[in-house]
Design a protein around this ligand. Structure first.
Ligand SMILES: C[S@@+](CC[C@H](N)C(=O)[O-])C[C@H]1O[C@@H](n2cnc3c(N)ncnc32)[C@H](O)[C@@H]1O
Length: 221
């Protein structure tokens, strides 16, 4: 419990309970991802958990909402089959200063979208998309995605729309992962993720992945 009115209601499940057999999975990581000094990217435990899920599940199509510098994109590209396609969406950099985000306008850091994965040979499977996740036209991808990763604007209204869109993207048997179900006090806006997941678990079986701040929905469970 923190200084905010929030409870973490999702049941916790170990990765091995969610994905029987995953413990013996071997994953691959570029050394560049081991020591990163950037608080906007997934921490190493969550990054490796995401990579393990990708390696184990072998998704054919992935949709990521929130590329940032592309650490997660890179790890998903490295740990999925050659034929996998990864679509990753971020705000158009030219809109960054005028975009009305959940905490106001402006104040977003300067960064090069996807710089972590660009130019690496195994990332030809990555398709970089630009747009605001709440107004983006997802219809070409409807009901076709095996794995959706939600890690964009963490305020309630944005997470609500991103989550609704993720369910439209999902094919039967697919998976949705949210970062920041559990979060650091320095980023209280992430309470939006917690609240959406707490609401969602009343109608959908969602879990916190034990030992991580990730939440997950598996359509097959
Ligand atoms: C926490 S970072 C993502 C980090 C990334 N998943 C990683 O770990 O490498 C959030 C990203 O979402 C993007 N973002 C925020 N609001 C967005 C929106 N409404 N539409 C699209 N992207 C958005 C930001 O520009 C930022 O790059």
């Amino acid at each position: 419990m923190r200084g905010h009115d929030v409870r973490f209601l999702l049941p916790k499940r170990a990765l091995g309970e969610l994905f029987p057999g995953i413990e013996s999975t071997e994953l691959s990581t570029p050394v560049s991802q081991i020591c990163r000094q950037d608080e906007w990217t997934l921490p190493l435990t969550e990054l490796l958990t995401l990579a393990a899920i990708c390696k184990h599940v072998r998704p054919r199509k992935v949709f990521e909402i929130g590329t940032y510098t592309g650490s997660t994109t890179l790890m998903m590209a490295k740990n999925t089959p050659y034929e996998t396609e990864i679509f990753t969406l971020d705000l158009d950099p030219s809109q960054r200063e005028t975009h009305k985000h959940g905490l106001g306008i402006g104040g977003l850091p300067a960064f090069a979208v996807g710089s972590a994965y660009q130019g690496l040979p195994f990332t030809t499977k990555v398709h970089q998309l630009f747009g605001n996740s709440v107004t983006f036209d997802y219809s070409p991808f409807a009901a076709s995605i095996d794995l959706v990763l939600i890690d964009a604007d963490h305020t309630y209204d944005f997470v609500k729309v991103d989550t609704a869109n993720a369910f439209k993207l999902l094919r039967p048997g697919g998976i949705i992962i949210w970062d920041d179900y559990v979060w650091d006090e320095r980023y209280p806006e992430c309470i939006g993720v917690t609240r959406i997941l707490n609401e969602l678990q009343q109608t959908r079986r969602c879990f916190q992945i034990a030992g991580t701040r990730l939440a997950i929905y598996l359509d097959s469970l």
